[in-house]
Design a binder for this molecule. Sequence first.
Ligand SMILES: Nc1ncnc2c1ncn2[C@@H]1O[C@H](COP(=O)(O)OP(=O)(O)OP(=O)(O)O)[C@@H](O)[C@H]1O
Length: 253
Amino acid sequence: MTPAQETHPPALDVRGLVKEFHGREVVRAVDGLDLRVARGEVVAFLGPNGAGKTTTIDLALGLARPTAGTVRVLGQAPADAVAAGRVAAVMQTGGLLRDLTVGETVRLTAALFGTGHDVRASLERAGIADLERRRVGRCSGGQQQRLRFAMALVSEPDLLFLDEPTTGMDVMGRRDFWSAVRADAARGRTVVFATHYLDEAELYADRVVVVSRGRVVADGTAAQIKDAAGVRTLEDAFVRLTSAVGTSAGGAR
Ligand SMILES: Nc1ncnc2c1ncn2[C@@H]1O[C@H](COP(=O)(O)OP(=O)(O)OP(=O)(O)O)[C@@H](O)[C@H]1O
């Protein structure tokens, strides 16, 4: 490793990652996954149900321990990076108290990180400054997701994970959510998002990583992935890549 790489390790560095769940039978949710995300990249994480996306994100957030392999986040162990507020996440559900206002919710989150956090700036960047006094229970699903986004921004994390952040949102809700994320990412934040909406990957990601059965099966720009699969749409490429059994469908990287 060069000195420059040591001082600027990748935002996310996943090597040979394996995660098994041991119940009545053993489920290998992640099966030797390799992925490096450079700082400032916006990466879409695609894959069919059960491909291992959420498990990988959980491992990167230190919420679970790998069976084998390693995950480093900004050069640190995931739990340390989370505790330092350097990585944050927007999950699909949970984490909100309906009786608090939007402003109170973000202030409470800021208090967890100590003093000196700019609540107003987080609300503005998430596009919900005008909702500061609204009760959470009265916010739409899209507004609640932008609130989770504001909460995630409070610690000014270098890396943000979004796990299926727009599931169930209407078109305007999705559009407003992504315009807030894109505007924020343009300031240099690294974003990794899992989604089933392939249009979101094409519109908002610099790079697309397709996972199937716990492994990366394609990695590149949407255009590279379509070219490599010899098809015109990302949906066709996705179907081809994720239904190929026992082949190493070629990625663009
Ligand atoms: N706690 C657990 N115990 C047992 N099996 C689990 C557990 N969590 C996940 N799995 C299994 O691991 C596999 C990967 O699940 P994961 O949620 O990571 O996939 P995903 O790509 O996020 O899927 P989706 O798109 O449906 O959210 C699935 O087969 C799932 O059933």
